[in-house]
Design a protein around this ligand. Structure first.
Ligand SMILES: *Cc1c(COP(=O)(O)O)cnc(C)c1O
Ligand code: SF4
Length: 355
C-alpha cells in the first residue's frame, strides 16, 4: 500500500486555487470568470465517465488508486486519447492503475528531498541563483507519475502571509536571479493573483528572470489568454515558460496556437518531459516528440529520469536503457533537439546528467 498516513491526501483543489488570493479577489472575479475556468472546472474526475468516454472496460480504471490520488483529465486532453485503446500513451499518463498500489522499496513520499530544502513556506532553494516557488497544489490534470503526488501542500503553502514572507525572503537574498513559479501548476491560479505577484517580483532589483513551470497550456490551451500574456510580458523580468509534454500526440492545433501567442509576445518556451515506460521510452517516440515540439517553436530542454515516488514504480525506465535510448535519439536529430537526460538526486547542486 502507498502510505497516505503521513501527509494525507491532496487538499481540495478549490481551496488551493484561491489560497494566495487577496481576500477580496473572489468577489472581484465572480462576475466575469476567465473563459478557461470553465474548461478547468469541466475536467473528468469520474472513473466510469472516463471509461465510457473512451470505450474502455470500466475495470481498467482502478478506483482504489483514484481514491489515493484523484483522477483528473481536462476534456481537451481526453480528446487526444485514442478510443478503445487501453495502452494509449496519453491515457497511461492519467489512468489510475492497480500497479500504483504496490509498495516498492526505494519509492517514497518525498523522492527529491524537497522538504529539507525549504527555507521558507512555499520556497524550495536547492540550486544557486534559482528559487522554486510552490504556489499551489492544484493542477488541471493529474499525472500518475507526478513526483509531488504526496507533497504536503496544505502545510507548505503558507497562504497570504506566506506570500509576503516568501517575497521578503527573495528581497533579502541578492544571489537569487531567477524565480521559478511551480506547484502543482502555478497557472491554476487566477491572473488576478499572478499579475500583481509578477509586478512585485519585478521590483526586486537582483532578480532577472521569471520562469513558469506549467502543463496548463498543453492541457487547457485557452489558459494562454491576453491577460496571461499581459502580466507575463509587462514585468521587467525576462519571461521563460517551461512546458511539460511527454508525447508528440499531446500537441494539437490548440497547443500550437497557445505556444504561438507566447512566442509572439517574446516569451522563451522550452519543454521538459519525463521518461516513462510504455509512454515515451522508444527512439521513435522521443524523435517524434522533439520534432513536433520544434515544429511549434518549442525547444526540448530536459528529459527527466523518473523521481522515485511511491505509486509510480511501474513507469521507471532503467538508467542503462535510458542512456542507450537517448544515444540513439542523438544519432537521429540535430543537437539542439536532443533534450538532456537528467535526474534530481536530491542533494547535488544541479540536476545530474544520467550517463
Ligand atoms: C529543477 C529545479 C530547478 C531548476 O533547475 P534548472 O536546471 O535551472 O532547470 C530549481 N529549483 C529546484 C528545487 C528544482 O527542482
Ligand atoms: S501537471 Fe505537473 S505537478 Fe501537476 S500532476 Fe502533472 S506532473 Fe504533477
Amino acid at each position: 500500500m502507498i502510505s497516505q498516513r503521513l501527509w494525507g491526501r491532496n487538499p481540495p483543489v478549490d481551496s488551493l486555487t484561491m489560497s494566495l488570493a487577496p481576500t477580496a479577489s473572489a468577489s472581484i472575479q465572480a462576475p466575469a470568470r476567465a473563459p478557461w475556468r470553465r474548461a478547468y472546472a469541466e475536467v473528468v474526475t469520474d472513473p466510469l465517465e472516463l471509461a465510457r468516454a473512451l470505450d474502455l472496460d470500466p475495470t481498467v480504471v482502478a478506483e482504489a488508486a483514484a481514491r489515493s490520488f484523484a483522477l483528473r483529465v481536462p476534456r481537451a486532453f481526453l480528446a487526444r486519447i485514442e478510443r478503445g485503446n487501453p495502452r494509449d500513451p496519453l491515457l497511461l499518463q492519467v489512468l489510475p492503475g492497480l500497479l500504483e498500489l504496490e509498495a516498492r522499496p526505494g519509492f517514497g513520499l518525498d523522492p527529491v528531498a524537497e522538504l529539507a530544502r525549504s527555507p521558507q513556506a512555499g520556497l524550495i532553494h536547492k540550486y544557486q541563483g534559482r528559487v522554486l516557488w510552490v504556489m499551489t497544489g492544484a493542477c488541471a490534470i493529474h499525472c500518475r507519475y507526478c513526483f509531488r503526488r504526496h507533497f504536503p501542500y496544505g502545510e507548505h503553502l503558507g497562504g497570504i502571509a506566506g506570500r509576503e514572507a516568501a517575497l521578503e525572503f527573495l528581497r533579502r537574498d541578492p544571489t537569487v536571479r531567477e524565480v521559478i513559479l511551480s506547484g502543482g501548476d502555478p497557472l491554476s491560479l487566477d491572473d488576478i493573483v499572478l499579475a500583481p505577484l509578477a509586478k512585485e517580483l519585478g521590483t526586486i532589483p537582483h532578480l532577472e528572470r521569471l520562469r513558469v513551470h506549467t502543463r496548463l497550456p498543453v492541457v487547457i490551451p485557452e489558459r494562454v489568454d491576453a491577460t496571461l500574456i499581459e502580466w507575463l510580458t509587462s514585468t521587467r523580468l525576462r519571461s521563460v515558460m517551461v512546458l511539460h509534454v511527454n508525447h508528440a500526440r499531446e500537441i494539437d492545433g490548440g497547443v500550437a496556437a497557445a505556444v504561438d501567442r507566447l512566442l509572439r509576445a517574446g516569451v522563451a518556451v522550452l519543454n521538459q518531459a519525463v521518461l516513462l515506460a510504455a509512454v515515451n521510452d522508444s527512439v521513435e517516440a522521443q524523435v517524434d516528440l522533439s520534432e513536433r515540439l520544434f515544429e511549434i517553436g518549442v525547444l526540448p530542454y530536459y528529459v527527466h529520469q523518473l523521481d522515485r515516488v511511491a505509486g509510480a514504480a511501474h513507469f521507471e525506465v532503467p538508467d542503462e536503457r535510458a542512456v542507450a535510448l537517448m544515444a540513439a535519439v542523438s544519432e537521429r536529430l540535430p543537437g539542439y533537439l536532443v533534450p538532456r537526460l537528467v535526474r534530481d538526486d536530491g542533494s547535488s547542486p544541479a540536476k545530474v546528467p544520467v550517463r
